[in-house]
Design a protein around this ligand. Sequence first.
Ligand code: BUP
Length: 457
Amino acid sequence: GSQTPPHIALFPSAGMGHLTPFLRIASMLLSKNCMVTLFTAHPTVSATESTYTSLFLSTHPQLKHINYQITPSHHSNSSTDDPFFLQFAAISRHAHLLHPLLSSASPSFSAIFSDFSLASSITQFAADLAIPNYIVSTTSVRFFSLMAYLPILTSEPAKLSSSSFEVNIPGLTPLSISSIPPPFFDPNHLFTAHIVSNAPAFSEAKGIIINTFDWFEPETLAAVNSGRALSNLPPILPIGPLEPYELSKDQFQSLPWLDNQPEESVVYVSFGSRTAMSKDQIRELADGLERNGCRFLWVIKSSKVDKEDNQELEDLLGSSFLERTQNKGIVVKGWVNQQEILAHPATGGFINHCGWNSVMEAASRGVPLLAWPQHGDQRVNAEVVENAGLGIWARDWGWGVERLVKGEEIERKIGELMKNEKLRDRARKVGEEARKARGTGGSSNKVLMGVIEVLNL
Ligand code: BUP
């Protein structure tokens, strides 16, 4: 190897679901004596992203940080008002700013790790500057495969029609049509167009780094890596579940309540950083929790982006719910330390939207899931969760926005989640397999060491 350590450029995209895996990768690379420069777009969509970045910098002083200024997109003439989709587009529009930042670095970059949503621009610069580019996928291999195949699906409408039964990607098990994100049926939707324009660049990458592990998605990984499916893709490199880095305690609301609950008795309820449920659905969920009588820790969001999130809990739930359930559960607003909650011995189940980071965090801790996907990759992820045996999925609850799921139905499913010994054992087994994968000699650890070895050449 060379004298100087490898220098890696990290390019995350918008949202905590995209930032989190990059910070975990940064921490891991630093611990393996790599130099790391993190590039972030300013302003961010949510305040949480800038808070996390600052916190991370303060605890990882070796990390170099470059903040580049962007002008946010506006939704007036676009197909969506989702602030995160708009930010993906804005970051891509400013990609030209990245070229000089990449070329002027000292020491020069040994590799780039970039979010899949930036693939097409970064690939060009990487080729131009002869820096190997690894794409980081922040979703399951299953959903990544769908994105990689999306240009073909949208170019032949017969292959992707809401009236068909399933979607076939040659070499992979078919995807149910009901799991395809609704925007994918509209080629002009910003989200669809964005993926279609980036997917062709996937094949130019040196590898696709994915936060998953062999045991969790064996079929899809084997099909793609053997070339039986999507043979144009470079190697898929499963290095997950990514190890969370230590978060400083005083930055989060502390939850002493959890410490006083019996082992594996509490249902943790959270739908991630970007899903806001309707008020009616929130009330039905409250009803379901109360009917079931389980202990719960519920993190509520009533708007998509943290800054606007100021509707009072009492408004949402009514003060009597909070009073009636005060011995059973707590409802919190704002950001919690999820990795700590999932690691807590009192946590026995997780009602979740199946954001991929949450899935991997639950997998590492062996906490069973009740999957309640809301949008995007989440139904495909839920299918992966179900197949791996980490959780149960009420398919007929739809996309969350499709219909109001009643308290009675929720009550029953919570019962299935919390009183099912088989599920609990299987989830524990998933946890063991996850720890094995990233431990010395484990599948993910070997893949990771392989990548670092190449960087050191
Ligand atoms: Br909310 C919340 N605390 O209060 P996902 C989330 N998280 O630590 P998302 C907290 O944010 P997409 C909170 O542990 C995970 O690492 C959580 O990522 C953490 O879902 C991350 O699970 C959230 O992938 O993204 O953000 O909804 O929609 O892209 O899946």
